[in-house]
Design a protein around this ligand. Sequence first.
Ligand SMILES: CN1c2c(nc(N)[nH]c2=O)NC[C@@H]1CNc1ccc(C(=O)N[C@@H](CCC(=O)N[C@@H](CCC(=O)N[C@@H](CCC(=O)O)C(=O)O)C(=O)O)C(=O)O)cc1
Ligand SMILES: N[C@@H](CCS)C(=O)O
Ligand SMILES: [Zn+2]
Length: 732
Amino acid sequence: MPTTPFPDSTILGYPRIGPRRELKRALESYWDGRSGLAELRATGRRLRADTWTDLRRRGLAGPVSNTFSSYDQVLDAALALGAVPARYVRDTPEDTVFAAARGADGLPPLRMTKWFDTNYHYLVPEIGPDTTFRADPGKPVAEVREARELGIETRPVLLGPVTFLLLAEAAPGAPDGFAPLDRLPDVLTAYEELLGALADEGVAWVQLDEPALVADRTPAELAATAAAYERLGGLTRRPALFVASYFGGLGEALPVLADSPVEAIGVDLVRGDVPEALPGLRDKVLVAGVVSGRDVWRTDPVAATALLDRVRGIAGQVAVATSCSLLHVPYDLAVEPDLPAELTGRLAFAAQKVDEVVALAAGTAGSVPAAPTPTRPVEPPPVVSRAPYAVRAAAQAARLGLPELPVTTIGSFPQTAELRTTRADLAAGRVGAAEYDGLIRAEIERVVRLQERLGVDVLVHGEPERNDMVQYFAEHLDGFAVTRHGWVQSYGSRCTRPPILHGDVRRAAPITVGWSTYAQSLTDRPVKGMLTGPVTIVAWSFVRTDLPLPAVVHQVADAIRGEVADLEAAGIGIVQVDEPALRELLPLRGAERAAYLDWAVAAYRQATSGAGDATQIHTHLCYSDADEILTAIDALDADVTSIESARSHGRILGEPAVRDFARGLGPGVYDIHSRRVPSTDEIVAQLRAATTALPTGRVWVNPDCGLKTRAYPEVTAALTNLVAAARTLRAG
Ligand SMILES: CN1c2c(nc(N)[nH]c2=O)NC[C@@H]1CNc1ccc(C(=O)N[C@@H](CCC(=O)N[C@@H](CCC(=O)N[C@@H](CCC(=O)O)C(=O)O)C(=O)O)C(=O)O)cc1
Ligand SMILES: N[C@@H](CCS)C(=O)O
Ligand SMILES: [Zn+2]
């Protein structure tokens, strides 16, 4: 076994989209046919080189490789194992990845879902009893060599075998009872080959990421973990193994890893507890994640040093590290001159977090300014209920007079290049506010007329004024700061700039009322007001940590409650309060879930329960497996819930909790993640399934999610078919 010591300072991963989203632009240019593969590869190479040289300049002892990805690290893992379904395989690795991630030649892409409790999305590998595994070490080996050309020795990162299989889903046609983890022995053979190739390359340490071990695991899964690392550890030709866990504590998986032959174990000391002193840890390296990779706050050096001192007593060697990859934070605070100075002093982005790791390892970390004291009430009010649903439903039916199977959309219409460019011009002062407002009004009118022409029943204004469904609200609420370049990858080439919730949240003035009432003034049909819910706003922001999350979310809920009241007072009869992140924040450990759902549901109800009986409250959820939280969704007490369903092939309709759902439900019938336009017949079939599972009077007709990432031709075609399908069913 190599005896190279583990470096005393390291990170588990780094952002890869580029400090100015260079990879995003290169990808989109390649996809649009404006540039070739050579340019795309050159951009990736440049970004990797810049990252490695910057990490060296900052004095980090343990830089990593194979954390770059041209789309997603889970899909890269499937490629490295030769396990990408054959239908997607193309001539180059990149084209194979893009076919699987985005669909190609009429094929729908792999399913995409949330990476644990983050706002990053991965592609779900499909593994069946017949999947063949063939190791392809090309990418990790190439990255190791590239870094060496710069004189930098790296630790390649691979997704671990247990997490890979636990994140995978059974391939279509797999027999009942088959689970991807059944294929562990075959996958391990491929891992053995990967490790062998890296050993041949002279790599001293390999990082195997096993975040799935911080969730509740069955005895069989723990036994599989033990068997996996017994086997990989027993190889004679391999680098030293560092198994990284993150996003929580290892719990019952800790003794499994401690008893295994791996040389290093990574623990998240920000979200997890200090590990117990197990005999198996005494001769291992403990990689102590004391610098949070999940937020933008500076690390308290006193607390971090105390943690490091505690773990020094239980392990053979302790290395200082980030709690997880820095993928989830922006690149560099130094390019944010507009942030208030008193806030900047409390912040650290990826570059600054690397500096913190280095300083903690050297014992030279300085002090951190304290957060200001809260000035707003931090105690949520008691949960209030609206009138019984039957009373509300009668009042709403009388007011709205909607047909059976009402057709609506989720809110956003395509964000055209003109909108995005003009918004960038507005920010840069090249365009004035009046000109920008004129463009938004024209876009709203276009969206309203289009929906009228297509025969949509409940209209939306299209959200053209929003850069993002969370950032837009943050820009209009006190207590938030927004960044200029703080992009964080959400999936593929798509990024968001999570706002920073650093103070007491207050709504100084109405935010959306002007745009919604303008849209309503253009039409006799009802226009839905469109708000983002409090749980989603906090989930997709970097939130202050001096207050508990339930207290912070209550301040946000209070602001949204005010906006609902103002929309209602302005005559808007339907208000949608989106909570797509409700599932995402669900704790990874079952024991913590009930408490979370209690405060999350209470926050939603605080935001919406002021609405009168005749005001119809909608909510919307997407991007995740809502089946697990159907009871909580019911408890939101919204009059209508739209939910992702097309992408998961209507699976949700089979859930008993859906059939018991007493209010309006819109299972999505158009997968907006795909450029593919569903035919009328397909939508009719999905609606028949919905009206078989639920009383027809409760079913709404809508897409899976907003249309902002799509283009007008496909949206127009899909909505035409949606309306035609609803009419077919109404005609019997
Ligand atoms: C529903 N989803 C969302 C999540 N999280 C959010 N915070 N918001 C969400 O909507 N999580 C789950 C999903 C994830 N889905 C998406 C979907 C789409 C995007 C996306 O399209 N992001 C855009 C960036 C959007 C944005 O803020 N744009 C700004 C900046 C405009 C801009 O960049 N201008 C250019 C010039 C014009 C140009 O070339 O386009 C410039 O400044 O250089 C804006 O519109 O004002 C993306 O492009 O990635 C993200 C997550
Ligand atoms: N109203 C938002 C929800 C996205 S989850 C939209 O339509 O884009
Ligand atoms: Zn959505």
